[in-house]
Design a protein around this ligand. Structure first.
Ligand code: 6PG
Length: 240
């Protein structure tokens, strides 16, 4: 079953609730482990949250927060379709974040499979995590696509069966835009998180939302496969 579901009538209410969620997760992480590890989602819905995190803070010092991306489009950072290129000017550049705390996916490395392995190593190094273990992010932010995708895990993708790798390179989707190859967190990495927050604007996503909230996991709706092993998942939905 999905965890707590909250619905919001306007974008401001969603933003305030999301910032409060991140703040609580960050405070808990810093109190318990002295730092906060967060994976940011791509897409448009979380962008106001990112700007607010830079402007208003989010409960953990910038110096002790590590920022990763949960998925990336295989385009140069300067391309308008780049998740990192979109997020950086809102959150990562204006805030006083040490450069070593910012972990964009290495889209410049070819082939994409090598980029995936490289990012996996970067995560393991940052977490001090041995090869056989799966690191636990304090918070992973996710979105939902109209086809049911989350991160860059698309309907019926072979990547959904991944059990070992943390990061996979996946081909351009046929059910979502932009149609470019991607790098993505895998389900084992996502489901190891301490907390997961989905931010989803409902318009155009009624079908996957209905299926996810019905609580039946199915590979046609990858978001329905997000089910933390030992963590919490929340859904914040914008109804407007
Ligand atoms: C991406 C994503 C993707 C996104 C959803 C929702 O890079 O495309 O990370 O999973 O979160 O498509 O996007 P919106 O917030 O724009 O609806």
């Amino acid at each position: 079953m999905p965890g707590p579901v909250q619905r919001f009538a306007d974008a401001t209410a969603l933003l305030e609730a999301a910032l409060a969620f991140v703040t609580q997760a960050a405070k808990q992480a810093v109190a318990a482990r002295g730092r906060f590890t967060i994976a940011l989602a791509g897409g448009a819905t979380p962008l106001p949250l990112y700007a607010a995190m830079a402007e208003r803070g989010f409960g953990a010092p910038f110096e002790t927060t590590l920022f990763f991306l949960g998925d990336e489009r295989l385009v140069p950072v300067g391309d308008r379709r780049s998740n990192f290129g979109t997020i950086a000017p809102l959150l990562l550049t204006p805030a006083p974040i040490p450069i070593g705390n910012i972990h964009p996916m290495p889209v410049e490395i070819a082939p994409p499979e090598l980029a995936a392995v490289t990012y996996e190593e970067e995560i393991r190094t940052a977490f001090g995590c041995p090869p056989e273990a799966i690191p636990r992010f304090d918070l992973i932010l996710l979105g939902l696509g109209p086809d049911g995708h989350t991160a860059s895990l698309f309907p019926d993708s072979p990547a959904l069966a991944e059990k070992i790798r943390l990061i996979r390179a996946v081909p351009a989707p046929t059910t979502a835009e932009p149609r470019v190859g991607r790098l993505t967190f895998t389900l084992p990495l996502i489901n190891a998180a301490r907390q997961i927050l989905f931010l989803a604007a409902a318009r155009g996503k009624e079908m996957p939302l209905g299926k996810v909230l019905a609580g039946r996991p199915e590979p046609q709706i990858p978001a329905s496969l997000v089910c933390p092993d030992d963590g919490d998942v929340a859904w914040y939905i914008l109804d407007a």
